[in-house]
Design a protein around this ligand. Sequence first.
Ligand code: NI
Ligand code: MN
Length: 239
Amino acid sequence: MARIDRGFTLTWLGHHTFRLDTREGLTLLLDPWVESNPACPKEHQSFEKIDVITISHGHGDHIGDAVTLAKKFKPTIVCNFEIHQWLQRKGVTTTSPMNKGGTQELAGIRFTMVHATHSSGIEDGGQVIYGGEPCGFVITLEDGTRVYHAGDTAVHADMALIGELYAPDIALLPIGDRYTMGPREAAIAARMLKPKWIVPAHFGTFPALTGTPDALREELANAGVKAQVIVLAPGESVS
Ligand code: NI
Ligand code: MN
């Protein structure tokens, strides 16, 4: 198993869903698509508790289990204002909305909402509801480690600002192509973000998501990027 020797454990639950267990014992869930996520191993679909959930945008493969998990575990849900309003209409009372460019601190962890280039409609009862703008998050853990969860996004020039302002240590980047960046774009994203480690995600779930970690490594070499790629299998952790 890869090691990055910091005070937390990061587990890929498949697709773009990650679990972060922090040094102080908090459980964070990034993009809650668990039970209906075909890539999430059964043994990782249950939780003892969830303290914070972040939501990058309204698509079902990111928000799919938000309402169920919110009602069961009462986590603080960090999301944009429109998703907050939608969750409230679904009876979820523990949201903590914000918008891009801002930071909020919860239990000693800082959540900064950053730009993403994608869409964010919420499918609800056969209709598509406006879900605000998609986003990514830079999460600053208790030990100062900064984790950038890009959400679904194309590569965009604001990633240079994210690199300059927040200097993420670890970047969780989509590489599947078609609906997000592919490996070539992700390598250029990494050149702007300058992380020490990259964990690729949003690939392999469906046949349409064709980007691979091997292709990412090749493109990083072409782009002159030195970051280490940590390839996890769904359910696998790095600590
Ligand atoms: Ni999406
Ligand atoms: Mn997606």
